[in-house]
Design a protein around this ligand. Structure first.
Ligand code: T4K
Length: 370
């Protein structure tokens, strides 16, 4: 391989092509392509079991479950959320005609700071939408305490938290609902895909109506639902990928450990570490560059890496609150979001995926250490 081979921030986990072809032949035989087909049902059951949750509905991506969760819970008015995420989180609030209210994050995790939530609650607040950024669990206990006091619903954007557990319990069991993304760039993917997790059969039924135009029977429509059904081809692909996701997480862990050892003594480079009792999934490997100690800025390092054909990504820069749709909101004022603003200005997510070669990890490390 040439020294300058391109290294991207991620590369998808792909199932064995021959095994996939066999499943495709079966789908061709069945001639049942979507709308609760055989593989759809099988994947729903298999994922619920793997993830340790009781009720899970498959979706076509990770954005529509966010939009649908707000619908299913009939959220109104204002939703408290984090600006340090992918835009889909806040967009889902906007698509429901609701008002996002941004709250700052904790430096150690990048997750919404529970101690700043109460100050953002108004008579119009009905829900909190936190994100387990990079797969690191939020302070779910404290968030629930606040939600209970003020009578708020909690919808977790768990797009990054596939398979993450605390003392053996899935983070997806917290709050009222959690959403997942199975996008190609995620730890576990179905090409595009996602899921919505809830905690009772009646709610799952309602979610399943909502993702199928609101149909509750051949001639009955109970809500203005949307079309968000996963098709058979992606469900079959997802079943195969599920078999190898544990091995993929184990490989990611090795990459994370190598980065941590090699970059530990580099002045001005901050990393995130594993938390006791948490089964992490190593979805991303963010580093935070303190220009004064490191010597050059985050953006200068980002460009240096690019010169070496190493394409990290600045997830999550710019902050969602700076985009034109949201920057006019009172809560979007950078003075309200000092920690998130600093993190967004310092972050680079380094290449992280199961198939990343040792030599490539060393190339990234050498470039940063230089
Ligand atoms: N909530 C959160 C917290 C999220 O992070 C996301 C999505 C969502 C909700 C919404 O879920 P989805 O509706 O997307 O399921 C990517 C993803 O498109 C997006 O899913 C993800 N978060 C976000 C953090 O990252 P981009 O625009 O940065 O991806 P892109 O196309 O630049 O890909 C990054 C790198 O990955 C490429 O440089 C190379 C590699 N790659 C990518 C694709 C698509 C491949 O090797 N193969 C591929 O097929 O947004």
């Amino acid at each position: 391989m040439s020294e300058n081979k391109t290294i991207t921030v991620t590369s998808p986990l792909l199932p064995d092509l021959q095994e996939f072809e066999k499943l495709l032949e079966d789908i061709w035989q069945r001639k049942w392509l979507t709308n609760n087909g055989h593989y759809h049902m099988e994947l729903e059951t298999a994922l619920a079991k793997y993830l340790g949750v009781e009720y899970l509905s498959l979706f076509t991506n990770g954005t529509l479950p966010l939009i649908t969760a707000l619908q299913a819970l009939r959220i109104t008015g204002e939703v408290i959320t984090t600006p340090y995420s992918f835009v889909a989180t806040t967009h889902s609030i906007w698509w429901n005609g609701l008002r996002p209210v941004f709250v700052d994050v904790e430096e150690e995790t990048g997750n919404i700071d529970p101690e700043k939530i109460e100050a953002a609650i108004t008579p119009h607040t009905t829900a909190i939408m936190p994100v387990h950024v990079y797969g690191t669990p939020c302070n779910m206990k404290r968030i629930q305490e606040i939600a209970d006091i003020y009578g708020l619903k909690v919808i977790y954007d768990a797009a990054h938290a596939f398979g993450v557990k605390i003392n053996g319990e899935s983070v997806l069991n917290a709050g009222d609902m959690s959403t997942l993304s199975f996008h190609a760039t995620k730890v576990y993917n179905t090409v595009e895909g996602g899921a919505l997790v809830c905690h009772d059969a009646a709610t799952k039924k309602r979610i399943d109506y909502l993702k199928n135009f609101g149909f509750a029977g051949e001639t009955t429509v109970v809500a203005p639902g949307i079309n968000s059904k996963m098709d058979e081809i992606r469900a079959a692909y997802g079943l195969l990928n599920l078999k190898q996701v544990d091995a993929a997480i184990a490989k990611r862990k090795i990459v994370a450990e190598r980065y941590r050892v090699a970059l530990k003594d580099v002045p001005g480079i901050r990393m995130m570490y594993d938390i006791d009792g948490v089964r992490h999934n190593y979805a991303y490997f963010p580093i935070f560059v303190d220009e004064t100690q490191y010597g050059i800025s985050r953006d200068a390092l980002y460009e240096k890496l690019k010169e070496q054909n190493i394409f990290g990504r600045r997830y999550f820069y710019p902050l969602i609150s700076t985009f034109s749709a949201y920057k006019g909101l009172e809560s979007a004022n950078p003075a309200n979001l000092p920690v998130a603003t600093r993190m967004a200005n310092e972050v680079i997510c380094l290449p992280m995926y199961a198939g990343l070669k040792n030599d490539d990890v060393e190339r990234v490390i050498t470039c940063i250490r230089k």
